[in-house]
Design a binder for this molecule. Structure first.
Ligand SMILES: Cc1cc2nc3c(=O)[nH]c(=O)nc-3n(C[C@H](O)[C@H](O)[C@H](O)COP(=O)(O)OP(=O)(O)OC[C@H]3O[C@@H](n4cnc5c(N)ncnc54)[C@H](O)[C@@H]3O)c2cc1C
Length: 410
């Protein structure tokens, strides 16, 4: 099976990279090939609890990833468009190695990234070097919480009370409630970027964003979630029982929350898309290698015109997705207001194509694709997560579509 792990052949039409970009790509690809992919194949077979237990390979990956130098603070000095491009290259390469482990490495940076977006140097310094996570969804509010003002709620709908509320009281923020079982990295994080409702005039309102140390009194965690794909990304609930955080940990309050969430989603969604371009590219390369090796009808699969045709469409989808993601990231890194419609378009395109490519790659493996002897069934399970992570694609399309309407006219 290791024959299928070679990078054969180069599968992109990327124009020449700068020295710095090529160095990031090569370092991340090496780490993905030598450490992340082999570890991911083993960790995928463990229970969610075993996966993060002391001594698990998960911890070797997290430790090794530090040497890649991808901390937000270290990269904050780089010009924003170039910084976005370097993160994009790193994200795809690591995800090519393993979706769940790449996501686990990337989500660590979320609190620092949001501190950077909030232009809060104190919190950027505080978050630097700490494993982080981002908690926005709740048991009763998944899509709802990604939708400030609940503009896509049903006309007859009534949004139920939030599951988590933070209130500013003098120089403290008091947090009560819980976040969903889907908080990525929550089981191993040291800090959390918490996005939740607050109470104004006795009514819950969106919202505030605050950095919470997860060793604070009153914080507890649920069990790591068992799930079908992206199993190397630990996820689970966070509970808050009268947790006190100093006001200096506030990133934004209710006045700026809507804009801040717009910035957050516009930034996060393209990186989610890149994770699934990485997964799709891994599947495509494996299928391409397999098509040269496996014979059917008396010839290697690749000699069949229909197989060439299918591989061509896989190639086309990955290139289109990557191009759109990089274009969105470049725009968002330079625009005063980042484009949410661009972020939604690129995330939906990339995750849909990533999943289709993984599915088609499994088909090229025939019956072998279905077995655990070959890597395709895992890749397909991993790729499935992209259609939901960071907002279900249907919901993001509704949110993006709404941006096309000139509401002044109606
Ligand atoms: C791999 C992965 C990683 C994740 N990481 C994180 C994380 O780090 N932090 C975090 O807080 N959360 C995280 N999530 C949670 C994720 O953001 C939610 O699962 C997602 O937003 C959908 O919410 P839900 O699961 O509650 O589905 P629901 O909101 O219940 O939606 C279910 C279905 O109904 C549709 N729907 C919902 N609302 C509408 C509407 N208004 N109009 C039309 N259709 C609608 C949706 O499109 C979907 O098909 C993660 C999820 C996954 C799978």
């Amino acid at each position: 099976m290791s024959d299928f792990l070679v990078n054969f052949p180069n599968s992109t039409i990327e124009p020449p990279m700068t020295e710095e970009e090529a160095a990031v790509r090569d370092a991340c690809n090496k780490f993905a090939r030598e450490v992340m992919r082999p570890a991911g194949i083993k960790l995928d077979k463990l229970s969610a609890e075993e996966m993060i237990a002391p001594g698990s390979k998960f911890w070797d990956v997290m430790e090794g990833a530090k040497d890649l130098g991808l901390s937000v603070k270290a990269m904050a000095e780089i010009e924003p468009v170039q910084r976005a491009r370097l993160f994009a290259i790193a994200t795809e390469e690591m995800s090519w190695g393993d979706v769940g482990l790449a996501a686990a490495v990337l989500v660590q940076n979320m609190p620092a990234l949001y501190a950077l977006i909030a232009n809060n140097q104190e919190m950027l310094d505080y978050c630097d070097g700490k494993r982080g996570c981002w908690a926005i969804t709740e048991p009763d509010h998944g899509s709802d919480n990604l939708d400030p003002g609940n503009t896509s709620a049903h006309p007859k709908g009534e949004i139920s009370r939030p599951n988590c509320v933070a209130q500013i009281q003098g120089d403290k923020i008091i947090i009560n409630g819980q976040k969903s079982a889907w908080v990525s990295g929550a089981m191993t994080a040291e800090i959390c970027a918490l996005y939740c409702h607050t109470i104004i005039d006795g009514r819950p309102q969106q919202g505030i964003a605050v950095i919470v140390p997860l060793d604070a009194p009153g914080v507890s965690r649920g069990k790591p979630l068992e799930k079908m794909g992206a199993r190397c990304l630990n996820q689970g609930e966070l509970f808050f029982d009268n947790v006190e955080v100093p006001i200096s940990h506030l990133l934004v309050g209710p006045d700026q929350y809507k804009d801040f969430l717009h910035h957050t989603l516009s930034n996060a969604n393209p990186y989610t898309g890149l994770v699934f371009v990485g997964a799709g590219r891994a599947a495509y390369e494996l299928a391409l290698a397999y098509a040269h090796d496996r014979k059917a009808g008396g010839v290697p699969l690749i000699k069949h015109q229909n197989v060439q045709y299918r591989l061509f469409h896989m190639f086309r989808k990955l290139e289109a997705a990557r191009a759109l993601l990089h274009r969105t990231l470049a725009y968002n890194a330079s625009a005063e207001t980042p484009s949410l419609i661009g972020a939604c378009s690129s995330k939906i395109t990339a995750t849909q194509f990533g999943f289709e490519v993984a599915n088609e790659a499994l088909q090229i493996f025939g019956g072998n694709g279905m077995t655990k002897e070959y890597p395709l069934e895992k890749l397909l399970r991993d790729a499935r997560a992209g259609l939901i992570a960071d907002g279900c694609n249907e919901f993001l399309a509704i949110a993006g579509g709404r941006q096309l309407m000139n509401s002044d006219l109606f």
